[in-house]
Design a protein around this ligand. Structure first.
Ligand code: SAH
Length: 247
């Protein structure tokens, strides 16, 4: 290995999901950036079945909440056993501090581009804990979770979609994962747009149901197109995410 650039190019991020539905993860792994990141050797993704670490032969990984209430709570001991196995069997020689254990819940910090960028730039292996039912025993969170994120002020039925969403937003920012190197920077929140939202896009046909493509985009004048896009990006950001203009 001669240059740092080459070392970065071959570095493989390890991403693991602990879930009662590994098939959801394994299915999604076959598409889009999950697939291309793995095919390019830039990521290795696994799903660990929490039921393999069940407390009894019936596959129990949850229990009724102490104090009463609806729903079942995922057991700390089963989750800890699954995490220990991931550390030993998947993450192998990675040192402790290079592993981040991430849990998602409505109580977490709101996930956003800045977080995705920071994770994409780090060399940490990621272990995602996918909650189900009423959630996870707080003692597991306190003992093992490094970061807790929410994907918005809504309640989903499980952590599989939130964690895959988070992983996807990280993966696409790793250089080489997207086909066109520049494209992530040119998307919303990217450096190419000064962190703003993207401008509107158009394609063929030039006229559809009486609506024409803006003339400037057909002009071939790249300077004018660039100016129009910057102005539109600013207008849309002001309208939908004004806070971005002051961050
Ligand atoms: N009882 C919990 C919700 C549990 S939903 C509460 O009232 O807060 C089951 C699981 O889905 C959660 O443990 C979490 O992993 C996932 N989940 C649900 N909504 C989410 C959100 N907005 N962001 C991230 N994860 C979420």
């Amino acid at each position: 290995m001669e240059s740092t650039e080459q070392e970065i190019a071959v570095f493989m991020r390890k991403i693991s999901f602990i879930t009662i539905h590994p098939k959801i993860i394994d299915s999604y792994r076959q598409f889009g950036v999950f697939k291309s990141a793995e095919a390019a050797g830039l990521a290795k993704i696994t799903a660990t079945d929490l039921r393999d670490f069940a407390a009894d032969k019936h596959g129990s990984i949850d229990g009724a909440p102490y104090g009463g209430g609806d729903g079942m709570v995922m057991r700390a001991d089963c989750l800890a056993a699954a995490l220990a196995s991931v550390r030993t069997n998947f993450l192998g020689d990675s040192s402790e501090k290079k592993i981040k254990v991430i849990f998602t819940s409505p109580a977490g910090k709101l996930w956003a581009h800045q977080e995705a960028k920071a994770f994409a730039e780090s060399d940490e292996s990621l272990v995602f804990i996918c909650g189900r039912f009423a959630g996870v025993d707080q003692r597991f969170i306190d003992a093992h979770v490094d970061e807790e994120y929410s994907i918005g002020d809504v309640v989903l039925a499980g952590g599989e979609l939130p964690t895959m969403m988070i992983a996807e937003s990280i993966l696409r920012l790793i250089p080489g994962v997207l086909g066109d190197e520049g494209s992530a920077a040119e998307d919303s929140f990217g450096e190419g747009l000064d962190g703003r939202l993207e401008y509107p896009s158009y394609t063929r046909p030039p006229e559809w149901q009486g609506h024409k493509v803006p003339d400037v985009l057909m002009s071939g004048n790249h300077q004018a197109i660039g100016k129009w896009r910057r102005e539109e990006s600013l207008r849309i950001t002001k309208k939908f995410r004004p806070k971005l203009l002051f961050s």
